[in-house]
Write a protein of this length. Structure first.
Lengths: 188, 231
C-alpha cells in the first residue's frame, strides 16, 4: 500500500518533471531545494573535493533537465538525480585515473541541510536502513560494494586492489546485492 | 551474442553498479538486448543500486551552488531556444528545435532521412556529366548493431540511422565526430529514435563514433565507442 506521503511526493515529482519539460527555472530550483543537499553529499563523497563536487552537481541538474522528456515521474526525481550524480562523479574519477578512498560512514563535519523535521527524519531513517543493510554484509562483500560503487573501481581494479581473482569480486558483488535486496525489501 | 547466459549472470551485479570495463559492458549490453532471461534479476540489482546513494549523508552545499545551478540552467535554456548558431558542429536553428521535441523530432528526422536517401538515389542515377550533388553514405554493422550515415557535405546536413540496444538506466548514447583535434560531440542520441538528424561540418572528420556515456552525455567520450563509421 502506498502511504499518503508517498502519493504527495509522486504528485510533486510529476509537477516538477512537467516544469522541467517546459524549461521552468522555478522547477529546477525546487528540485535543488528538495534534493540538492543529497546530491552534493553524494558528489562530495564520491569525488572527494568540494569544487569538483559542485561541478558534478551542476552538470547533473542540467543533465536531468535534458532528459526531462524521458523521465518517468513515478520512479521519482530523487532516484534519477542521484543516479546521474553518481555516474558523473564516477566518470570524473575514471577520467582522471584516480580513486576516492574515503570510507563510507565517517563522522562528517558538515551540518545537515535546512529541511523540515519530518523530511529530515524520513531521510535519516532511509539512510539508516541502507547503512544497516550494508553493515550486515560480510566484510569482504561490503568492501567489494564500497570499492566499486562508492569509490569508482571497476571489478578488475577492485580485484587487483584486494589481491583476489576478478571472479571472486564478481561473486562477492552478486552475493552482496542479493542480500541487500532481501534486506531492503524486508524493511521497506 | 558472444557471452553465454551463465557468463552474463556473473556480470549482472557489477553491471548494475557500473563497475565493468567498457568492453565487458558492451558485451553484456549486447547480450541483454537479445535475451530477456536476465531482466528480473537485473531489475532487482538496479533497484538496490538506486538505493545505495541514500547511504551517503546529505550535506549543506556551498552557498552559491543553488544560484549557479539555476543560472547555468537558464543559460542552457536560452542557448537551446536561440535561433543563432551557438558553436560549430552543433545542432542549431531548425535542428535544435527538432531535437528538443522527441516526438516531433522523430517525424521530421524520418522525413529528412527519406529526403536524403531520395537525394542519394537520385544522385546515383545521374550520368557522369551531370553536376551531381555529393552525398556520403557509410554503413557499418558489427555485433548486431548498425550505424548508417547519409550526409550532404555541401549543406552540412545528414542523418544517422542507428540500430543499437537500449542503454542501461542512467546511461545514454552519445554521437561524436572524430577529428584530428579529437572527438567533437554531435549530441546525445535517443536509441529509440531510428533516424537522427545532424547539422555539422564533417569535412575534417575521420569517423563517426557512438559511445555509452552517463545520462545527459559527457564533454569528452568516457568509454570506448561501441560502433564506429569510418569516413
Amino acid at each position: 500500500m502506498t502511504s499518503p506521503d508517498r502519493n504527495v511526493i509522486e504528485e510533486a515529482d510529476r509537477l516538477l518533471v512537467e516544469g522541467l519539460r517546459k524549461d521552468d527555472s522555478a522547477s529546477i530550483a525546487a528540485i535543488y531545494d528538495a534534493y540538492g543537499a543529497l546530491a552534493y553529499g553524494l558528489a562530495l563523497r564520491t569525488v572527494g573535493a568540494a569544487a569538483e563536487a559542485e561541478d558534478v552537481v551542476q552538470e547533473a541538474f542540467l543533465a536531468l533537465w535534458r532528459q526531462a522528456s524521458r523521465l518517468d515521474p513515478s520512479r521519482g526525481i530523487r532516484s534519477y538525480l542521484l543516479t546521474i550524480v553518481h555516474n558523473k562523479a564516477i566518470d570524473r574519477l575514471r577520467q582522471r585515473g584516480r580513486k576516492n578512498e574515503m570510507p563510507l560512514d565517517p563522522a562528517l563535519p558538515y551540518p545537515s541541510p535546512g529541511r523540515g523535521p519530518e523530511e529530515a527524519a524520513e531521510a535519516q531513517s532511509e539512510r539508516d536502513s541502507v547503512l544497516q543493510a550494508l553493515q550486515q554484509l560480510p566484510e569482504e562483500q561490503r568492501l567489494a560494494v564500497e570499492l566499486t560503487y562508492f569509490n569508482g573501481f571497476t571489478i578488475n581494479e577492485a580485484a587487483a586492489r584486494l589481491r583476489v581473482p576478478v571472479g571472486t569480486v564478481k561473486s562477492r558483488l552478486r552475493l552482496a546485492l542479493g542480500r541487500l535486496r532481501t534486506r531492503l525489501v524486508a524493511i521497506q | 551474442m558472444t557471452l553465454r547466459c551463465q557468463e552474463v549472470d556473473e556480470l549482472l551485479a557489477p553491471h548494475a553498479l557500473d563497475a565493468l570495463e567498457p568492453a565487458d559492458r558492451l558485451e553484456v549490453l549486447e547480450h541483454l538486448s537479445e535475451c530477456r532471461l536476465h531482466d528480473e534479476e537485473l531489475a532487482g540489482y538496479r533497484d538496490v543500486a538506486s538505493r545505495l546513494p541514500l547511504a551517503v549523508e546529505a550535506m549543506a552545499p556551498p552557498a552559491g551552488l543553488r544560484s549557479n545551478v539555476v543560472r547555468r540552467f537558464e543559460q542552457e535554456v536560452a542557448q537551446s531556444t536561440s535561433p543563432e548558431p551557438a558553436a560549430p558542429a552543433r545542432r542549431t536553428g531548425f535542428f535544435e528545435g527538432l531535437f528538443r521535441r522527441p516526438g516531433l523530432g522523430y517525424g521530421l528526422a524520418a522525413a529528412l532521412l527519406a529526403t536524403v536517401i531520395g537525394l542519394a538515389a537520385w544522385n546515383l542515377t545521374l550520368n557522369d556529366e551531370a553536376p551531381a550533388a555529393a552525398v556520403w553514405t557509410h554503413v557499418v554493422e558489427q555485433n548486431s548493431m548498425r550505424m548508417e550515415l547519409v550526409y550532404i557535405p555541401d549543406q552540412q546536413v545528414g542523418v544517422v540511422n542507428l540500430r543499437v540496444p537500449a542503454p542501461a538506466p542512467g546511461q545514454d548514447y552519445q554521437l561524436w565526430q572524430i577529428t584530428a583535434e579529437g572527438p567533437l560531440s554531435l549530441g546525445v542520441v535517443d536509441y529509440r529514435q531510428a533516424a537522427y538528424a545532424i547539422q555539422a561540418d564533417l569535412s575534417g572528420a575521420t569517423a563517426l563514433a557512438l559511445s555509452v556515456e552517463p545520462l545527459g552525455g559527457s564533454v569528452q567520450p568516457t568509454t570506448t565507442p561501441i560502433i564506429v563509421v569510418e569516413l
